[in-house]
Structure formats: C-alpha cells, structure tokens
Design a protein around this ligand. Structure first.
Ligand SMILES: Cc1cc2nc3c(=O)[nH]c(=O)nc-3n(C[C@H](O)[C@H](O)[C@H](O)COP(=O)(O)OP(=O)(O)OC[C@H]3O[C@@H](n4cnc5c(N)ncnc54)[C@H](O)[C@@H]3O)c2cc1C
Length: 414
C-alpha cells in the first residue's frame, strides 16, 4: 500500500503503488503491466473517486507540452490551470472561466465537472474541443466536438481511460476587476436573484449562516467598468473597506487582488493565488447543483436548517453555472446554481449534517459535485442524469475488462 493521501488528507488511497511515467511509451508499459489502474491528478477531490486497488498513474512528469494555435490550446494530460494560463497570456489568449483555484490539474477538474461562476459560463469541461485517452487496452482514442459520443467524454469521472492530451477553446485575453461587498440582505437577494448574479461575469455569494438576515459577502468579477450601484444599494450591501477572504476574518493574503483593480483574467477569476494554499487547508467540501429557477426556494430551505449546518461550516458559496450537453456534467440540461459548502475537517460530523442538508435539497433534484463529500446513494445520483445509461455503455466499450473501475464507480452503478 502506498499510504498516499489526497490534498485534504481525509482519504488514503488504497493503491499498491503510484506510477509516474515520463513518456506515453512508459505510460503504455504501465498499462500493459496489468491489474487495476486509475489516473490521479492534483488530488483535490474529497472522496474516493480517484482511488484504485492497483496502480495510480500520475501524469505530472510527462513532458510539459503546451501548443497555442489560433483559437485553441493543446497540452499534455498532467498540467494544471496554473501551468497553462501564463503561457496563454503570453500569446494574448485566455480561457472563458476558471475555478476558485489554479492549483488543480485540468484533466482532473474536467473529469468531475469542476466549474467557476457565471450565468453565461458553462463548467470548465465545456471548453474542451478534443480529449485524448489511452484506454486500459492500450489504444489511443480521441473524442472531438463533432463525434456522436463526444458528450460522454469530457466529464468522465476517470472511468474512460488515461487522458494524455486536451485541447481547450481560447479567446482573446481580457482583464477583469473584482469588487467585493459586505452584508447583502437575503430577502432582497432572493426577490431579484437574476439582477444579483447579473452584476458581473462571475458572481459569488458567501455566507456562514450565522446571520440568516444577511449574507456575509457578495463578490463580483467583471470585464466591464464597475458594478451597477443601484442593484447593490437595493440589497443593502456596502463596498468592502479592504481586501477580503471568502471566509470573513481570515487573512486575505492568499487571495487575488480585489477593490476594483483590473488585472489579467487568470489572476482575477480564481479567488486564490497559485503561490499560496487555497481556501482553508484543513477542510472538507460538498456541493450541490440545482436548476437555476429553484435557487430562491433552495436557499430558503438551507436557511431553515442554518442552526444545523453553521457550527461545522467555514463558508457556503453560491455560484451560477450555464447548462451544458455533457452527459455527466452536474449542469447537464439545465442552467444551474451551485451550492457549495466548505466544512471543518470532521468527516463523521459532516456526513451526519449532510444527511439533513441533502434531504432539504432533494426536492430540487440536487446533483452532488462528483469530487466532493456527499451521502446520497449512488443509484439515486445516477438517476439524476438522463444520459447515464449512455455513459455506462461508453465506459463498457472503452474499458471492457473493468480495469478502471473502483469502489466509487461501482457505487454509482457503472
Ligand atoms: C481548495 C479547493 C478548491 C476547489 N474549488 C473548486 C471550484 O471552485 N469549483 C469546483 O467545481 N470544484 C472545486 N474543487 C474541487 C476540484 O476542482 C475537483 O475535485 C477536481 O476534480 C480536482 O482535480 P484533481 O486533478 O485534483 O483531481 P483528482 O482528485 O486527482 O482526480 C479526480 C478525478 O479525475 C480523474 N483524473 C485525474 N487526472 C486524470 C487523467 N489525466 N486522465 C483521466 N482521469 C484523470 C481521477 O481518476 C479522478 O477520477 C476544489 C477543491 C479544493 C481542494
């Protein structure tokens, strides 16, 4: 056993070893070596999705290849957003969106439907133009946007093969400014929710639920000039008097510049800076995506159990994600609102609270983030995805011997 752990250190992989191939030939040798296999990215998932009983395969030591051409970028499967973003910037190019941190591997992020915020911005996997797998049979399989099964490929939970190359859509580089506000009133946020999330390109609400009248903070990231002050004042929110961390009271040193100072997209879209530990560190995370139109009712349902969740909560972040056609994207087929929870790292207590939280969100068909902690039974999660059976078939075609299957994939019925 390797005894290696994930980023949050709440999970120890049961793998016998970790292979770190330095070329695709070496990767094929590892695959030919037999047994159960699974790729591991930057280990930022909070559950057993990346686990295997055999060999974990890290691509972090593959040659660092990044090719920027026209309106796309191609790069090798072990790289992180923080590796490719500065290279794109040098070429005057950008990605449409990023998650809260640049530390995560691109392959691992898209595999789980990782997202940022934005009414018009889909999950990060929606940027995929092509994705190349080496399958458990040793074959190279490329999925491109026009292929029939393409919708099943980008969000693949690590179950289709080892991603060796990705191509993402790019656009001309742009600047963004972050504006943060304290204390928007929930009643006014919920009565005009579209106006709030429409304040910028990427908007987040943060709260600890210790106060059920007002959220702690509203963060607005905008390519434009400023934020509509009429909306902000209708919410009773006030501009922050200094830099902020998503968790009020935590030193904002790890955060990208705020206070309306414009800067390049990759130093504003993520809340956290590449050279610092993101978020809290000793934490767990859960997240649930619901249809956008259900957001006011779902947020009210959370506020009713505020006393249950707040003792364990560092922060609840609320973001929007545009609908996609990617079969296992938690935003599949519906414009969504993502209800994210950063918890204290006490897993038994978090799981107990999650049972209540998930029951409160069940009427909204809440889809859990694949890479975070949830308690909903696997078959109930699978039932929330209309194309789940198609994904099951695609998986069986690419990995007929089931070498990529693990306990997680069995739980959800793959
Ligand atoms: C501090 C913090 C902040 C976060 N913020 C956000 C956020 O803003 N938005 C959000 O949606 N999520 C967020 N997450 C969750 C995170 O984005 C996901 O857990 C994501 O999957 C992490 O990628 P990873 O490479 O670390 O994944 P890992 O845990 O290493 O792997 C995840 C899955 O991807 C597969 N995989 C990885 N690499 C490959 C490959 N090369 N080929 C095939 N399969 C592969 C693995 O087998 C596994 O199934 C956050 C997590 C942390 C710890």
């Amino acid at each position: 056993m390797t005894q290696e752990r994930n980023w949050a250190e709440n999970f120890t992989y049961s793998a016998e070893r970790v292979a770190r191939p330095q070329s695709t030939d070496e990767l094929r040798d590892v695959i030919r070596g037999g047994g159960q296999i699974r790729a591991i990215g930057s280990r930022h998932c909070f559950n057993d999705i990346a686990d295997t009983t055999g060999t974990l395969i890290s691509l972090a030591e593959l040659p660092r290849e990044i090719e920027v051409t026209g309106d796309s970028v191609k790069f090798s499967g072990g790289l992180r957003y923080g590796d490719i973003a500065p290279v794109l910037q040098e070429h005057g190019r950008a990605l449409a969106n990023l998650a809260s941190l640049p530390h995560i591997s691109v392959a691992g992020a898209i595999a789980t439907g990782t997202h940022g915020s934005g009414d018009k911005l889909g999950s990060l996997a929606t940027a995929v133009r092509s994705i190349t797998f080496v399958t458990s049979e040793g074959d190279e399989v490329v999925f491109e946007g026009t292929d029939t099964d393409f919708g099943g490929a980008p969000v693949h939970l690590g179950a289709l093969g080892i991603v060796t190359e990705l191509e993402l859509a790019t656009e001309p580089s742009y600047d963004i400014a972050q504006h943060t506000f304290d204390g928007p009133r929930w009643a006014d946020v919920l009565s005009d929710y579209d106006a709030v999330t429409g304040l910028g390109d990427s908007v987040s609400l943060f709260t600890t639920w210790r106060d059920t009248e007002r959220a702690d903070q509203l963060w607005v990231k905008t390519r434009g000039n400023g934020v509509d002050e009429r909306v902000v004042s209708r919410l009773g929110a006030v501009p922050a008097d200094g830099a902020r961390h998503p968790i009020l009271g935590v030193d904002p040193i790890a955060c990208n510049p705020q206070r309306g100072v414009k800067g390049p997209w990759f130093e504003r879209l993520p809340h956290f800076r590449m050279d610092f530990t993101p978020s809290v560190g000793a934490e767990l995370q859960s997240e649930f995506l619901i249809a956008r139109e259900d957001a006011p009712a779902a947020i009210e349902a959370i506020s009713k159990i505020a006393h249950v969740i707040s003792p364990l909560l560092f922060v609840n972040e609320i973001r929007s994600v545009a609908a996609s056609e990617l079969w296992l994207d938690p935003a599949y087929g519906r414009d969504s609102v993502a209800l994210h929870f950063t918890w204290h790292r006490d897993e038994p207590a978090v799981r107990a609270v999650l049972v209540e939280l998930e029951a409160a969100l069940a009427p909204f068909g809440a889809r859990p983030h694949w890479g975070k902690v949830y308690t909903t039974p696997g078959e109930a999660v699978a039932a929330l995805y209309p194309r789940f059976d198609d994904f099951r078939e695609l998986r069986a075609k690419l990995d007929p011997a089931g070498r990529l299957l693990n306990e997680y994939s069995r739980r959800i019925g793959l």
